[in-house]
Design a protein around this ligand. Sequence first.
Ligand SMILES: Cc1cc2nc3c(=O)[nH]c(=O)nc-3n(C[C@H](O)[C@H](O)[C@H](O)COP(=O)(O)OP(=O)(O)OC[C@H]3O[C@@H](n4cnc5c(N)ncnc54)[C@H](O)[C@@H]3O)c2cc1C
Length: 655
Amino acid sequence: MTQTADHHTDVPHADDPRLGEALKVALDGPYHEARQRARDTLDPAVMLRDPAMPMAEAREWTKNALVSLAAQGWGNAGYPVNGAAGDPAAAVMSFEAISHGDLSLTIKCGVQFGLWGGAIAGLGTPDQVAEWLPDVVAARHFGCFAMTEYGHGSDVQNIETTLTYDAATDEIVVHSPTPSATKTYIGNAAEHGQSAAVFGQLWVDGTCHGVHCAIVPIRDRELAPGHQKAAVRPGVTLGDNGHKGGLLGVDNGTISFDQVRIPRSYLLSRYGGIDDSGAYVSDISSMNKRFFTMLGTLVRGRVCVGAGAAAAARRALSIATRYALKRRQFPAPDGDGAVLLLDYRWHQRRLLPAIAESYALGFANNELVELLVQCQTTDVSEGLQRSLESRAAGLKAAQSRFANDVIQVCREACGGAGYMSENYLTLLRQDVDIFATFEGDNTVLMQLVAKGLLLGYREQWTGLDRRETITKTADLVGRMLMERTSARALIDALATAARRKGLEASVLDRGWQILMFEERERHVLESLAARVRNASKAPQGSKFEAINALQDHMLAAAKVHTDNLILEAFVAGIEQCQDQHAKQILGKLCDLYAVSNLEADRAWFLEHNFITDGRSKSLKRVCNTLCAELRPDALAIVEGLGIPADWLGSQMLND
Ligand SMILES: Cc1cc2nc3c(=O)[nH]c(=O)nc-3n(C[C@H](O)[C@H](O)[C@H](O)COP(=O)(O)OP(=O)(O)OC[C@H]3O[C@@H](n4cnc5c(N)ncnc54)[C@H](O)[C@@H]3O)c2cc1C
């Protein structure tokens, strides 16, 4: 069955034992084999940490679990082995799989293998990678990714740490010139890190060449006789960030440097280095471009964090839905026992649209990983690389926002039991919180997305009047849509048919749903482009105020653009599904995702005359109907989210 405007046929009911598996295969998409391998091989013993463990014990447990994963080869995932090319998808799949369990372990692995290892692999020369990486992925050399400073978190370009080349000794001097240059929140810094990939401004012969990264030893790698802890290296001061709002198993800390000397060869020099004559050399002449190219190589971390947040949300939804399928409250009217929680309409409304969104995000994440693989394994245009960075930013923000909201909903949906630590929802909620901030604060990332969307217009604005700007904007939006998804032809055909039908199109017409998402994006972007164009004409002194006044509009543009990408990916994912029953259920889940998204934004659609009062009311009605229709298959649908039952660890599901 292909998706059509009238795809909404009756769905056979809940007696298909293969449905959960078929949904899982569809959602796993091109990465089914890799994901299934992870499900089959990840040791459940490292998936669940006792939530009552105090911080010191949690740090030790997490470190030991990481070492055991490294011994099984998990640290290697994604990196070149024995001359074979690296596989970026394997890195994301491995991070995602571990995220179904303890998030401290996930982040500790992310710091060690993804950030510390990733800085070396992404910013080092082939010789540097060969020298440093093997010990990192084997967890023989613990390290940090030291970018953030007290004074500069989101604004990385202006960090203060200096890396100054001393030609007399052929060394680099690493220094924190002010207290605000102290590195902070750095994973592995408080206890286990032996070296750090330190970001700072590189100075050579009196000239600053912008942000670069160098490997700096911070602790001795061998214990001195009779000592329990490794000695801190001379000139390095380390601190402990102490107890946090979550992720207690990760030892975050501070690092500052007082004229610490390292060999020139410790400067990671893939994009810029110092040659034997002591001169700065780089293939990229623009400092700005070099900075963004360097950050671009680290995009995998952002993709991983988004995927990890989405996995945590899936776990919470799996726990809450399974609980709602066994917990009963209040007698049934026919006197036959009590009513199951999931038979209450509001309970369905809390959980099922969120599950539908989880599927939507899963398909969008698969597309993002495919793009990551394409950009990191082949020569691609600058435009495609930019599109990867923008998608990674938008989806990381969408997934971590979703996870934060939905885990709280799941906690409440389980009542008092949900508040008991043994059921893991409170630990998940604490641990996922910071996913909204690290690897790029969500607000800052959404601004990046909006700026990317506007970039294409900028050159065209000069000399255009308002009408011309709008026409050009429409052309550009159209072109961006064209580039986006594999199911483009189908999406266009459905939207065109719905446009022809006008008011006759049903709320359940996939074409109408697509059209509404597209029109919303087009309208928000067009009006933003026109406003930015006016603001950019403001006199120099008031330009900041003029642009700053548009910040809410920028964020709205990024959000509706990302929502549109997510819906398109869902439509494309359904197209790939081979199992007819799974395809029908996915169709209904996609309806529920689209209609509940439109329902949440119906004020905007009414204000802009895209829908009538009657249609606005029908959105709510249709959401209720879809929930009732999906309810009989709820268990299979959460099985399709792909988390093995023995990874959930929630005591209330066993009672
Ligand atoms: C547990 C944990 C682990 C971490 N691990 C590491 C690590 O290993 N290595 C590392 O280098 N860093 C790490 N970080 C740091 C993390 O990356 C930063 O916290 C993050 O980049 C945000 O920086 P900030 O905390 O300085 O917040 P700020 O940049 O000060 O932001 C504070 C608030 O201001 C808002 N804001 C900022 N700029 C703007 C703007 N232009 N417009 C509108 N709003 C704005 C943000 O949205 C945010 O709400 C970690 C942080 C934590 C908490």
